[in-house]
Design a protein. Structure first.
Length: 101
């Protein structure tokens, strides 16, 4: 029964000149963009807080020789996590853009 319904849906999409995969691609695209926006916003928050780019901030923390500042180190780890996630989700979005729907 389910196969008949899927076949009907597939036939309708074909008649309309649409791909049955297009809605899945759109859903994945929206999901990925939401993730990207979250991590970009988080990174920008740190950028505004410290008035520095990530690499400049990281270099400053790594150069410190005096007492450890756990708040700065925590921010560094959180910021680095955001940057890694931006790269991860951007790669997924790039790959999705190269799929044929």
């Amino acid at each position: 029964m389910a196969n008949v319904k899927l076949k009907n849906i597939s036939d309708i999409y074909d008649e309309l000149g649409l791909s049955v995969f297009e809605p899945l691609k759109i859903y994945a695209e929206n999901y990925i963009k939401t993730k990207l926006q979250k991590y970009i916003a988080e990174s920008m928050t740190f950028e505004k807080k410290y008035n520095l780019k990530f690499l400049e901030f990281k270099e400053n923390i790594e150069k410190k020789t005096e007492d450890e500042d756990f708040d700065l180190e925590n921010d560094l780890m959180d910021w680095e996590f955001a940057i890694k996630n931006i790269l991860y989700w951007q790669e997924k979005l790039d790959r999705l853009g190269n799929t044929i729907a």
